[in-house]
Ligand binder design. Structure first.
Ligand code: SAM
Length: 291
């Protein structure tokens, strides 16, 4: 088969299958031949490694992953792509395609069945309309995954990978940091896709923290605090936290002081340690109320 990044090859295949791109499903297929090999290498695809891919499209990244990994399982929502994938992936017996919605499938069960005894990573050029929900689902569900290497819109990459304490940081950045160590690997220009989107992209890698919090109650406490702090973005933490958790300003001021946070700080200026301190203090306060 000719290179699947070759535009005339792609057009010929899609025309033969009567396929039209769906904007709603975020269908922008990679046509830059350098991107997939870089992603496959960065995600750690190799012997003994199982790769979960989301949205294979016509299989351009899937082929690259399959050539390197022990096994690739790809979830595709658009049934029209299934016959295309059957053709483009015919030479790879180590690929399974699952027809379904990544937001609805039981991923824990799927991983158990598909990758017995393998180290597991995720690699995908994500459909942009569900970037954050997919990433959060993969991080929150305690799946046995080592890392996610995904292509997202450039602005989303900056937001997702922003360090707490920096201007770009938001609730999503804090949540991502809570579960993983994120990094931006490289940029991908809009011209690398067919059809070409209006924005540039970037490939990011999130390595799951082996020591990430597993206790659901502690997680819930932490995220209640984060949501409250970012609830009123332009306000100080004193105001947003007090309003978000219905705690008086005077008590909030004391909690902030104990957590080592200046009263006039804004949520994006807080470090992970300060969020954790605050979450511990709020949990202790609630326990005292209950006792
Ligand atoms: N991997 C291909 C590439 O790089 O050329 C295609 C990437 S394209 C940005 C996103 C793919 O995700 C499309 O094939 C689309 O049909 C699929 N998709 C969209 N929503 C999905 C969902 N909820 N679950 C699984 N796949 C989905």
């Amino acid at each position: 088969m000719n290179q699947l990044t070759d535009i005339s090859t792609i057009k010929e295949i899609l025309q033969r299958h009567g396929f039209r791109f769906s904007k709603a499903l975020g269908q922008n297929f990679l046509v830059n031949p350098t991107v997939c090999p870089r992603m496959a290498q960065a995600c750690g695809a190799g012997k003994g490694v199982g790769v979960l891919e989301i949205g294979p499209g016509i299989g351009v990244l899937t082929r690259e992953l399959a050539a390197a990994a022990e096994k690739v399982t790809s979830i595709e929502l658009d049934a029209r792509l299934l016959p295309v994938l059957k053709e483009t992936l015919a030479e790879f017996p180590n690929v399974s395609i699952i027809h379904g919605d990544v937001m609805k499938l039981d991923l824990g069960e799927l991983i158990r069945q598909e990758f017995p005894g393998m180290k597991i990573v995720v690699c995908a050029n994500l459909p942009y309309y569900i970037t954050s929900p997919v990433i959060m689902r993969l991080l929150e569900e305690d799946l046995p995954i080592d890392a996610l290497t995904v292509m997202v819109q450039k602005e989303a990459a900056v937001r997702i990978c922003a360090q707490p304490g920096t201007r770009e940081c938001g609730a999503v950045s804090v949540a991502v940091q809570y579960y993983s160590e994120p990094e931006i690997l490289f940029s991908v220009s809009r011209g690398s896709f067919l059809p070409s989107p209006n924005v540039d992209s970037a490939v990011i890698r999130l390595r799951l923290r082996p020591d990430r919090e597993k206790d659901p109650q502690k997680r819930e406490n932490f995220f209640r605090v984060v949501r409250a702090c970012f609830g009123q973005r332009r306000k100080t933490v004193l105001n947003s936290f007090s309003a978000g958790l219905s705690i008086s300003k005077s008590e909030t001021a004391l909690l902030l002081q104990s957590a080592g946070i200046p009263e006039n700080a804004r949520a994006e200026q807080l470090t992970m340690e300060q969020f954790s301190n605050l979450a511990r203090l709020v949990a202790a306060r609630r326990e005292n109320d209950i006792l």
